[in-house]
Design a protein around this ligand. Structure first.
Ligand SMILES: Cc1cc2nc3c(=O)[nH]c(=O)nc-3n(C[C@H](O)[C@H](O)[C@H](O)COP(=O)(O)O)c2cc1C
Length: 187
């Protein structure tokens, strides 16, 4: 099949859409982040790539803690708003009802069906962004988004972000079971 070469850019995969929370000057602040993912299995460590200029970034550096919140389609407008307005100019502390976990200073969003609080364990300075690695101290899921005690992804309904078309998407149909579908493959 003929391939078309793209200029280098963030086209490797669709990205999650997360709201990253931190306390800034004593108030919760949230920013939208698409450059987010898992970096270590056990202990669970997440990585987020952020601009050093963001208001939330200042809070993460000051406290050494942050939260990851997965918004669903029901929160798409508030999520996008948090990505186009800075806490430096607007008060984002009342946009969402929040709750605290064990850390006490990593505010999590009640309306997000899956949330996690993280302790900053490593920072890597790139240019111009920086990558924060946060160990997950606790994760919380809505009871209504569980099936047989396990997180049910269609019920959690995390927003997916794609670039360069700048779109928010829902997850689609399950295709197969992992660590299983390959058993039938004949190489
Ligand atoms: C869809 C979307 C994805 C974004 N992803 C990131 C990201 O991965 N890293 C980042 O530093 N900023 C990202 N931003 C920009 C920040 O969310 C935005 O600058 C925000 O206003 C920062 O808020 P704060 O200054 O209150 O922290 C994204 C914005 C949108 C709309």
């Amino acid at each position: 099949m003929k391939k078309v070469r793209l200029a280098p850019g963030p086209f490797v995969l669709p990205m999650p859409t997360v709201l990253v929370g931190a306390m800034v000057d004593g108030a919760p602040n949230f920013m939208t982040v698409a450059f987010a993912g898992l970096a270590n299995y056990d202990p669970a460590i997440v990585a987020i790539s952020v601009s050093p200029d963001h208001h939330t970034t200042a809070g993460i550096r000051a406290n050494g803690t942050f939260s990851i919140n997965l918004p669903g389609p029901d929160l798409v407008e508030a999520t996008d708003w948090c990505g186009i307005h800075s806490g430096k100019q607007v008060d984002k502390s009342k946009v969402f009802e929040t709750f605290a976990g064990e850390l006490g200073n990593a505010p999590m969003i009640t309306a997000c069906r899956l949330t996690a609080e993280c302790r900053l364990v490593k920072t890597v300075e790139l240019q111009p962004d920086m990558v924060f690695f946060g160990e997950v101290v606790s994760a919380h899921v809505d009871e209504s988004a569980l099936t047989d005690g396990a997180p049910d992804w269609p019920r959690i309904a995390p927003l997916i972000f794609t670039f360069p078309d700048k779109g928010y998407w829902k997850i689609g149909d399950r295709v197969a079971d992992a660590w299983d579908a390959g058993k039938n493959f004949k190489a």
